[in-house]
Ligand binder design. Sequence first.
Ligand SMILES: Nc1ncnc2c1ncn2[C@@H]1O[C@H](COP(=O)(O)OP(=O)(O)OP(=O)(O)O)[C@@H](O)[C@H]1O
Ligand SMILES: O=C(O)c1ccc[n+]([C@@H]2O[C@H](COP(=O)([O-])O)[C@@H](O)[C@H]2O)c1
Length: 214
Amino acid sequence: MVRPPHARRRVGIMGGTFDPIHHGHLVAASEVADVFGLDEVLFVPTGAQPFKSERRVAPAEHRYLMAVIATASNPRFSVSRVDIDRPGTTFTIDTLRDVRASLPEAELFFITGADALGQILTWKDAQELFELAHFIGVTRPGHSLDDEGLPSGDVSLLEVPALAISSTDCRARVLAGKPVWYLVPDGVVQYIAKHGLYAPEHADRAPEAQEVTA
Ligand SMILES: Nc1ncnc2c1ncn2[C@@H]1O[C@H](COP(=O)(O)OP(=O)(O)OP(=O)(O)O)[C@@H](O)[C@H]1O
Ligand SMILES: O=C(O)c1ccc[n+]([C@@H]2O[C@H](COP(=O)([O-])O)[C@@H](O)[C@H]2O)c1
């Protein structure tokens, strides 16, 4: 994308539980950054996600550090602590307000997979979300990408390389003793093993890996 000089900085925001971060997240962010000419993508791990309150989630600090490891080699990727440092339930409206406050001049793009895009109208202060960022819905295997009911002009849809990977499947594989090599970055494979994440047999060695945070 050709950019005029002095154009506003274009910043993508990829929010997620990232339990753990995997190559599906990274490919989606990379493709959006390329197609929309983003200067930077901020990965924003959630604190307590409102739709996952019944589920055990790895402690935020582990999910944050895995995101840091996964994005370290890409100069355009970084990880934000705004959601994990804010007490209480994570709502995207707060994420966007906080990022807007720290980057007042930037154009913001919120990146979301097809599954999450389909739920946006149920999110807190849904109508105001579209005043704070342009939303980009990306394809995800097993989900249909649809912007029905969403404000036209505020949402774009993008086909990204299809990776049928989910964090749920990665956790289940670790629990079953199966490899997650090539589903998540190498450093994340090693981080999961080092801290005994997702494997109950390691609970006595690494109790911090089994905390309930959401
Ligand atoms: N394979 C994928 N391709 C495209 N987008 C994805 C993919 N996996 C996740 N996303 C998107 O990334 C964001 C964060 O996803 P999340 O951290 O919940 O991962 P997940 O794999 O869906 O996790 P879980 O299986 O635990 O629900 C969401 O917008 C989701 O739609
Ligand atoms: O704001 C809300 O009400 C809301 C409800 C559910 C999910 N979200 C956001 O959706 C993004 C993807 O969430 P998740 O848990 O599917 O990874 C993440 O940034 C969440 O904060 C936001």
